[in-house]
Design a protein around this ligand. Structure first.
Ligand code: NI
Length: 268
């Protein structure tokens, strides 16, 4: 089970150096990081949709445990967890609802997917494949981005982990998410402030924050351009009436967390 998550972590940290630096910061304080959840992005095209990406996780015993709607961003998501195993990281998979996008965007995504050797989509390890299509064009990236930052991000990185998440409940020397954020700000990390630094409340039983995605010089067909990659998230869960920690997600918070990879936030 660790292998898949380890491989996802390697790919993720290769373009998200901040995640490794933050890991180290916690370790220097004697903390051992556990992962609350990973997130994966995709399109709702049947070849690559949520259900397809969920296959290797289902094999490990993960079951569908919640669904979420993001009308403004035209996204739909499901989360998976292993029943009775709260130590296993949850898996959050979202998909862009192509039927709600412009004809141009839908067509562009279909052309991108059509350009791939279709057997690749059948692979159980699709989630580890990254970008299966040829080198991105900045012009297309920019067009996609004007309509959906999510679609533009997918065009660059494909199938991989969009973020990992520090389980703040398991940290021993941080009593609150505020304290974690304070350390990150002090160490020079930029936080996603869309909807406030902390998304969610104790009443909602989940508080989340995240750094803004790292920036990378990406080699487009037209040359190198600076673009957002991935980010690191921090989650603090509160107990429900039955004493167990809340194990779902809050759509309005996740909606803001998605924006951690937006170029427009980086520029504000
Ligand atoms: Ni997340």
């Amino acid at each position: 089970m660790n292998t898949l998550f380890d491989t996802l972590w390697e790919g993720y940290t290769s373009i998200t150096p901040s995640a490794k630096e933050i890991h180290q910061l916690f370790e220097e304080r004697g903390e051992e990081i556990t992962n609350d959840h990973i997130a994966i992005r995709t399109f709702n095209d049947a070849r690559v949709d949520i259900n397809r990406l969920a296959i290797p996780f289902k094999k490990m015993g993960y079951v569908e445990s919640g669904e979420y709607h993001f009308p403004a961003k035209k996204l739909y998501a499901k989360h998976y967890q292993i029943p009775g195993n709260s130590a296993a990281p949850k898996v959050f998979i979202s998909e862009l609802r192509l039927e709600l996008m412009s004809k141009e965007l839908k067509q562009a995504v279909e052309l991108i997917l059509d350009s791939v050797d279709q057997a690749e989509f059948e692979s159980e390890e699709l989630v580890l494949k990254g970008r299966l299509w040829s080198q991105p064009k900045f012009a297309l990236y920019d067009t996609l981005r004007a309509e959906s930052e999510y679609a533009a991000w997918m065009y660059l990185y494909g199938f991989c982990a969009n973020h990992f998440t520090v389980n703040v409940n398991k940290l021993r020397s941080f009593s609150s998410l505020e304290k974690v954020n304070e350390m990150l700000l002090k160490d020079g990390f930029s936080m996603n402030v869309s909807g406030g630094i902390i998304k969610g409340t104790s009443e909602q039983m989940l508080e989340q924050s995240s750094i803004l995605a790292d920036m990378m010089d990406f080699a487009f067909v037209e040359g190198k351009k600076r673009v957002p990659t991935c980010y690191y998230e921090f989650a603090l869960r509160y107990p429900q009436a039955n004493g167990e920690l809340f194990d779902g997600f809050i759509a309005e918070s996740a909606d803001k967390i998605f924006e951690s990879t937006d170029l427009k936030l980086q520029q504000s």
